[in-house]
Design a protein around this ligand. Structure first.
Ligand code: FAD
Ligand code: NAD
Length: 459
């Protein structure tokens, strides 16, 4: 029987990055994956959405600005969904090969099959070729999440899709209803609206992107409206039926019965932790009794579960469901397993939304500071005054910063502008390093760049 220091179940950004980290510290490591290397992020999440978004954004930009910026032929620009899908598959294959090469270089033993925990020192790898049992000192569960299915009558009708389905869609859509105005909903709204599809978003809460700063939600709603995206908030879906353009979505908006029809419906109402088949009838009683809360595995500050020696990270533990959070948690768990000093600071996790304009957010918002009775100061800079934004014809945008009123230490930032998803890292570094507004203002920001907006905001 092969024996390892650590067996990791699930090769998403949590699992494969933890495997590389463990191997780099000399731990003999095995990685078990039942599907493709890279997990949701690479195969059904971050990378495929942003690959399609790249084409959609370029197309929309050429259509919207072509004439004004001196491009000819922009009116005749078109797109080919089959080619878009082919390009997406090329990108995924290239990055999957990269992970496989990295695992090989790091001497991580990769097993293809479903991981079933037998007891805290044994994991079964179940595949079409049979079952192999491998032995270990520690186990790390990184089995991720899958789309939630809401109990809406008609949610199983043909044409009603989740994000996995829509990412593989090869048909241009004339109209699309999106149930859920969260991150997935708004990124797909951006993609399909850019591709000339009539998009309607139906969100149960009183604003889209409810986890973000209020001004971001309001601005994105306004920009979406200008692009003919209909957004209905405080709207509860009651039923989906066949009819109209293909499907009819019935919902109640502020006590009024409403309906909207479209060719297809995307359901994007959150993702649930995935633990199916992780245990079987033969799994030891102590492991089967592992503490869980509403399907999510419960962990302590070191990401250890209630079973000593078994750790869990990423989407399967709930909390912040982001690829870079899963990776950071994996590094923390490996440090605890190997007895090393953790090298990653978990105090500030950036959140990015790849809409147009992009959104970047980190740390505390001014509203949250107020609710918590904190004494803070805020800075805001409108990107309409930024040269690079003007010359590249960007939508209205802004950078907001929250800092401690006494020390001026940066506590949070919210940005809605071009390249916000790249620039937010400057604020991550500021928060983690305890920088003040004045420290950030010392830096020379190159001209003309979007990042000059940061220099202006911190002044
Ligand atoms: P996953 O990536 O879900 O990987 C888990 C892996 O475990 C899967 O490959 C699965 O097959 C495998 N597995 C499960 N059970 C077993 C088993 N018993 N045996 C063997 N293998 C098993 N996050 C961002 O940070 N940025 C983004 O831009 C972004 N965009 C997204 C877009 C979409 C449409 C979606 C759906 C998600 C997006 N996310 C994004 C979220 C991100 O994909 C997840 O937070 C991240 O993938 C979680 O990583 P993980 O390692 O915990 O799990
Ligand atoms: P989400 O939690 O962000 O949004 C779901 C939305 O659906 C919420 O606003 C919720 O109020 C709404 N909703 C729930 N039930 C509803 C109903 N019956 N009718 C109408 N609205 C309803 O979840 P998501 O958008 O599915 O994304 C899942 C996870 O994936 C997120 O937690 C996010 O972290 C991750 N993700 C991240 C990125 C990124 O980082 N750029 C991109 C996509 C996904």
């Amino acid at each position: 029987m092969e024996s390892f220091d650590l067996i990791i179940i699930g090769a998403g950004p949590g699992g494969y990055e933890a495997a590389a980290e463990a191997a780099s510290h000399g731990l003999k490591t095995a990685l078990i994956e039942s599907r493709e290397l890279g997990g949701t992020c690479l195969n059904r999440g971050c990378i495929p959405t942003k690959t399609i978004l790249h084409t959609a954004d370029l197309y929309a930009e050429i259509k919207a600005q072509g004439d004004a910026i001196g491009l000819t032929g922009s009116e005749g620009a078109g797109f080919d969904m089959t080619k878009i899908q082919e390009r997406k598959e090329e990108v995924l294959a290239q990055l999957r090969d990269g992970i496989a090469a990295m695992m090989k270089a790091d001497k991580v033993a990769v097993y293809t099959g479903h991981g079933v925990i037998a007891d805290k020192n044994h994991v079964k790898v179940v595949s079409a070729d049979g079952t192999e049992v491998i032995e270990c000192k520690n186990i790390l569960i990184a089995t991720g999440s899958v789309p939630s299915v809401p109990p809406i009558p008609g949610a199983d009708l043909p044409g009603v899709m989740n994000s996995d389905d829509l990412l593989s869609n090869k048909k241009p859509l004339k109209s699309l209803i999106i149930i859920g105005g969260g991150v997935i909903g708004m990124e797909f709204a951006s993609i399909y609206c850019s591709l000339g599809c009539k998009v309607t978003v139906v969100e149960a809460l009183n604003r889209i992107l409810a986890n973000m700063d209020k001004e971001i939600s309001q601005n994105l709603k306004m920009i979406a409206k200008k692009k003919d995206v209909d957004i209905h908030t405080s709207a509860m879906v009651s039923k989906i039926e066949q009819g109209g353009e293909g499907l009819i979505c019935r919902y109640t908006e502020k006590d009024k019965e409403c309906e909207v029809s479209a060719e297809a419906i995307l359901v994007a109402v959150g993702r649930r932790a995935y633990t199916e088949g992780l245990f079987d009838d033969e799994t030891s009683a102590d492991v089967k009794a592992m503490a869980m809360e509403r399907g999510k595995i419960t962990v302590d500050g070191s990401f250890q579960t209630s079973v000593p020696g078994i750790y869990a990270i990423g989407d399967v533990i709930g909390g912040i469901q982001l690829a870079h959070a899963a990776t950071a948690e994996g590094r923390r768990a490996v440090a605890a397993i190997g007895g090393f000093t953790p090298t990653v600071d978990m105090s500030a996790v950036p959140g990015c939304v790849y809409t147009s304009p992009e959104i970047g957010s980190i740390g505390i918002t001014a509203d949250e500071a107020k609710e918590q009775g904190m004494s803070v100061i805020t800075r805001k800079y409108p990107m309409s005054a930024n040269g690079k934004s003007v010359l590249s014809m960007q939508e209205r945008g802004f950078i907001k910063i929250v800092a401690d009123a006494d020390s001026h230490k940066v506590l949070g930032a919210q940005m809605m502008c071009a390249r916000a998803t790249d620039m937010i890292s400057q604020f991550s570094q500021a928060i983690v390093s305890g920088l003040t507004l004045e420290d950030m203002a010392k830096t020379i920001y190159p001209h003309p760049t979007f990042s000059e907006g940061i220099g202006e905001a911190v002044k």
